[in-house]
Design a protein around this ligand. Structure first.
Ligand code: SF4
Length: 211
């Protein structure tokens, strides 16, 4: 039976209606944060912050990843629920130096094993839910990238991997560069780094699969 709207609204406000949770969501809307970074901003005890984060995690409003002994929190990617725990990705190299490709290769290798979180690389955009785009977009690749994006079934998700994809990075201002990925197709998720570590790529993909 479908849950009545009034109950859904009550649950929503119950989850959000705490000043600490609202502040956490504000901080995470800017960027990924570790618990230690959030503590002075949120102004509560560490135990209380952990409890609030647990509530938000259970409600699917934040996801976490562990790096060494530090836990980082971030909002889930778009359409997490719609992806039902898995996502098919078509990779497009729009002009990368190949550094980002090496890290993507590692993210799907035996150590990081992205497939165990439901992320899988596929050969055709028509079989994909999302694009994994690397590099600044060169003039030659702008139109192929647009066409590949249009070949994706709705809803189309774009993940910009690496600083070049986000803001042209090392290649900003180069004569053959059209612009960052966001100047050609709408970007939903960005993975910073030059190149980003496989763990960061996996964290972004987990945000999409919700696993
Ligand atoms: S972000 Fe760094 S590694 Fe990735 S394509 Fe640009 S220069 Fe190469």
């Amino acid at each position: 039976m479908t849950r009545p709207l009034y109950q859904a609204k009550a649950d929503f406000f119950k989850t959000l209606g705490h000043p600490a949770r609202i502040r956490v969501l504000e901080l995470l809307s800017e960027r990924e944060h570790a618990v230690g970074e959030m503590l002075p901003e949120v102004g509560v005890e560490a135990t209380s912050l952990s409890q609030q984060l647990a509530v938000l995690r259970r409600a699917g409003l934040v996801v976490s990843r562990k790096e060494g002994s530090t836990v980082y929190y971030t909002p889930p990617g778009p359409n997490v629920k719609g992806r039902s725990g898995s996502i098919q990705l078509r990779h497009v190299d729009a002009g990368s130096c190949n550094g980002c490709e090496i890290e993507i290769g590692s993210a799907f290798g035996p150590v990081y094993d992205g497939e165990r979180y439901g992320a899988r690389l596929v050969a055709s955009p028509r079989h994909a839910d999302a694009l994994l785009v690397t590099g600044p977009v060169t003039r030659n690749m702008a139109e192929p990238l647009r066409r590949t994006f249009e070949a994706l079934p709705e809803p189309r998700i774009v993940v910009a991997v690496g600083d070049c994809a986000r803001n042209c990075g090392e290649f900003a201002g180069a004569y053959g560069v059209e612009g960052p990925v966001g100047a050609v197709v709408p970007v939903d998720v960005e993975v910073p780094g030059c190149p980003p570590e496989p763990a960061a790529i996996i964290a972004a993909l987990r945000g999409l699969t919700g696993r």
